[in-house]
Design a protein around this ligand. Structure first.
Ligand code: PLP
Length: 389
């Protein structure tokens, strides 16, 4: 069946929340995917920063298959070996004692964190403009885009908005009534926006001074995407809460809310729950992702390939600047042509994202090779030439 036929069936049966699909994908291998018409694409988006090991990685297939054969799902009346091991591993990567709550997605990881903030006895949350934290009602209350929020108001309240990256605005907004400050170390959905140096350190100082939690949303930036396990690592701070999802399971749905130190005990029995969160198969997949990143030294690789992509695109006349770290790459255009570039790239066999009218986002598999990156640069430069002509 052709892509056109599948698309028509999609439109008759799947709720229209995403608009028409760009194509219908049927197969993936490494950094490539194929659509129903047999067209091959180099996948520079990886399920939006999800397929950390690319498509069909043997380590994930092996871990999921093995775990499913041993014990698939149990409910949270019971614990499982991979769940406990993954919680310990995440705390080891954070480098501090704490507690982990497992979820199935990023928005749910943020819901868990939101509930943690309410258990401080305070309700006010300070959030950055341009933020994206998810689509459930709690996470949406902390997401800035008006078009996403307006149809669903009233949302949970007591949210204070500050400009992203503005240390003075943060200083002015935080006082002893604030439960938490919530920040993405790099804003992904906003088009890979990096705050000024020292911003996270400042946020840590301000929150500590006022007894507020510092909650970092690493759903998009975490698990090696920026060349470190967590994007906040280079700032040298210790946050109170870190939320994860996307790359954590390498394509198997899983999220995590990590609460460090005392924050780890704020949720008590009965305060929160989920049927699927911490599922044995999903946690086994995440352990395989982490083990592969460690075994194959992918954090170093991510930095090298990210630099290669940025260097290859920086000097194109349509490009104002490239942003981000590691394999979370923003390409800022001089003109609002990102949608045209995305379309032309797709026609040229490249999957990427137009995050805003003038910003492209690349978030390829962490295993993208040097040759694939060179191909990506060559094809994308051709597309940028074509669109600017
Ligand atoms: C920073 C951030 N937080 C939360 C989310 C929501 O995650 P999910 O789509 O898994 O619910 C996203 C998704 O793009 C994100 O980028």
């Amino acid at each position: 069946m052709s892509t056109a036929e599948w698309t028509s069936r999609y439109q008759g049966a799947v709720m229209n929340t995403f608009g028409p699909p760009q194509t219908v994908l049927v197969r993936g291998e490494g950094s490539h995917v194929w659509d129903a018409d047999g067209r091959k694409y180099l996948d520079l988006l990886a399920g939006i920063a999800v397929n950390a090991l690319g498509h069909g990685h043997p380590a994930i297939i092996e871990a999921v298959t093995r775990q499913l054969a041993i014990l698939g799902h149990t409910s949270n009346f019971f614990a499982t070996e991979p769940q406990i091991t993954l919680a310990e591993k995440l705390l080891q990567l954070v480098g501090h004692d704490g507690r982990v709550f497992f979820t199935n997605s990023g928005t749910e990881a943020n819901e868990a964190a939101f509930k943690i903030t309410r258990r401080t006895g305070r309700t006010r949350i300070v959030v950055a403009e341009g933020s994206f934290h998810g689509r459930t009602m709690g996470a949406l209350a902390l997401t800035s885009k008006e078009a996403y929020r307006a149809p669903f108001e009233p949302l949970p309240g007591d949210v204070t908005w500050v400009p992203y990256g503005d240390a003075a605005a943060l200083e002015a907004a935080v006082d002893d009534t604030v439960a938490a400050v919530l920040i993405e170390p790099i804003q992904g959905e906003a088009g890979v926006v990096v705050p000024p140096d020292g911003y996270l350190r400042h946020a840590r100082e301000v929150t500590t001074r006022h007894g507020a939690l510092l909650w970092l949303d690493e759903v998009q930036t975490g698990m090696g995407r920026t060349g470190a396990w967590f994007a906040y690592a280079e700032s040298g701070i210790v946050p109170d809460v870190v939320t994860l999802a996307k790359g954590l399971g390498g394509g198997i749905p899983i999220g995590a809310c990590i609460a460090i130190g005392d924050a780890g005990t704020l949720l008590q029995p009965g305060n929160h729950g989920t049927t699927f969160g911490g599922n044995a198969v999903a946690t086994a997949a995440a352990l395989a992702v982490i083990a592969t990143i460690e075994r194959d030294a992918l954090l170093e690789h991510v930095v090298t390939i990210g630099d290669q992509l940025r260097r290859g695109l920086d000097d194109h006349p349509l490009v104002a600047e490239t942003t981000g770290r590691g394999l979370l790459v923003g390409v800022v255009l001089h003109e609002p042509l990102a949608a045209q570039v995305q379309k032309a790239a797709m026609a040229a066999g490249l999957i990427l994202n137009n995050a805003t009218p003038d910003r492209l986002r690349l978030a390829p598999p962490l295993v993208l090779t040097e040759d694939e990156a060179a191909e990506a640069v060559a094809v994308l430069r051709g597309v940028l030439d074509e669109v600017s002509a």
